[in-house]
Design a protein around this ligand. Structure first.
Ligand SMILES: *Cc1c(COP(=O)(O)O)cnc(C)c1O
Length: 431
């Protein structure tokens, strides 16, 4: 049995094999960006004739969406979707307690109050029962997140939304290509929001976002919202007449061109990623005390982030605190060359902006209805447990050539598990 790297042994993942760049920038990407630049098609006013409009069409065709509206980033996409659906002051929007901060900020951008619901302990997505408990007469919308690339329980969320007359905006920032009963995520609610930020599964060379919807009128409202409230028709000269509140949330043409080139390789990357991750998870699933990521039946997970929960009792460490086990494993695995990290250090309701009602001044938007801020450290037991007892691997596996690297990661896990006495000593000392 080889010595742990933390104790001076040789690391399971050799230093010169640890690279797995993302995004992959190929000649097609460079050509696409240069061609947009040289073709003088740099206008970002999306009038149907430039790289931005082309990307919208390709995204809709590739995944199967009726309408696609390109915007500046995923956060703007979420805000704009809520705005186009009429969410505003005094409204409440239910979002999961475990997500990236943008999911909680988007309602605030519309002067609505985010109401957090707990998550499911296996999918890490909205717990429909907790969603239902948090509905009030002020609730206007639900924002399920397909966190880490795994579809949320859209059957039950859609049913709850229908019964209570609520809008559904899917936060699909981490899940392009994921499906739910054969349908693409983003098409299951009223609108879906994607992010093209460089670390996401379909990247651009910077920042970008895409909105999708099956509703032509909603798409038109989102188009107006991204462009100062103006209506831009293909072939018609811009008239600079604003028909309502708008922002400048337009996408940059060079970034659209880059993503179009990436999208052409997406299916190939996705196929290889599925193989790599499946082989990796199959090895880890054999180890006691580890919960590997899975998806709901009849859904596909697209593995944006791999989250592992660790259970001290099943590991053979009864009485050790989950956080102590996680801390010991992070130290030992990182020493072996596996970049284990936490994704989200806090439940969203513990973030200062929501606890201290920091919005538009004087406690707004919460002050509109007198809603209190959230209370730090209170509620959301599943979200808290998951944050305490899990670690993630991010981005490395997005590289379609990372199969061998993931095999070395599996070696590292097996090696650490073979030294469970050492894990016990470390975790026990921290307990
Ligand atoms: C990345 C992300 C966003 C925001 O996207 P940006 O393009 O970075 O603004 C929103 N929600 C989730 C779940 C994300 O991962």
């Amino acid at each position: 049995m080889s010595r742990l790297a933390a104790l001076g042994g040789t690391a399971a993942v050799p230093k010169d094999q640890r690279r797995a760049p993302w995004p992959l920038v190929e000649d097609e990407d460079r050509k696409a960006v240069l061609s947009a630049l040289d073709g003088a098609r740099l206008v970002s006013d999306t009038d149907g004739t430039n790289p931005v409009s082309e990307l919208e069409q390709q995204w809709a065709d590739h995944f199967g969406f009726a309408h696609c509206v390109a915007v500046s980033n995923g956060t703007a996409a979420l805000s704009l979707a809520l705005s186009a659906l009429g969410v505003g002051p005094g409204d409440e929007v239910i979002v999961p307690a475990l997500s990236f901060i943008a999911t909680g900020l988007a309602p605030v951008h519309q002067m609505a109050v985010p109401v957090f619901a707990d998550i499911d302990p296996v999918t890490y997505n909205l717990d429909p029962e907790d969603v239902e408990r948090r509905i009030t007469p002020r609730t206007r919308a639900i924002v399920p997140v397909h966190l880490h690339g795994a579809p949320a329980d859209m059957d039950r969320i859609a049913e709850i939304a229908r019964r209570h007359g609520l809008a559904v905006v899917e936060d699909a920032a981490q899940a392009p290509g994921a499906t739910h009963r054969g349908r693409p995520v983003g098409s299951l609610g009223d609108a879906g929001a994607f992010s093209l930020q460089v670390s996401k599964n379909v990247p651009t060379c910077g920042e970008g976002g895409l909105l999708v919807t099956g509703d032509a009128e909603l798409a038109a409202a989102m188009r107006r919202g991204r462009q100062f409230g103006e209506v831009m028709d293909p072939g018609r000269e811009r008239d600079y007449v604003s028909h309502g509140l708008g922002w400048n949330h337009k996408m940059n043409a060079l970034q659209a061109a880059f993503t179009s080139a990436q999208l052409a390789r997406f299916d190939d990357y996705e196929r290889r990623r599925q193989q790599n991750v499946a082989a990796f998870l199959a090895r880890l699933a054999e180890l006691p005390g580890i919960q590997v990521p899975t998806a709901l039946p009849d859904t596909t997970h697209v593995w944006h982030i791999l989250r592992f929960r660790f259970d001290p009792a099943a590991f053979g460490l009864d009485g050790v605190a989950p956080r102590a086990l996680r801390t010991a494993l992070r130290r030992l695995l990182r020493a072996e060359g596996v970049p284990m990290s936490q994704y989200q250090l806090l439940p969203l309701p513990d973030q200062t902006v929501f606890v201290d009602r920091l919005g538009f001044g004087a406690g707004h938007p919460w002050a509109v209805t007198g809603a209190p801020g959230t209370v730090r450290g209170e509620g959301y037991p599943v979200t808290r447990a998951v944050i305490e007892d899990s670690l993630t691997i991010q981005k490395r596996h997005l590289n379609p050539d990372s199969g061998p690297l993931l095999a070395r990661y599996a070696d590292a896990f097996e090696k650490v598990w073979a030294h469970r006495d050492m894990v016990a000593t470390l975790a026990g000392a921290a307990s």
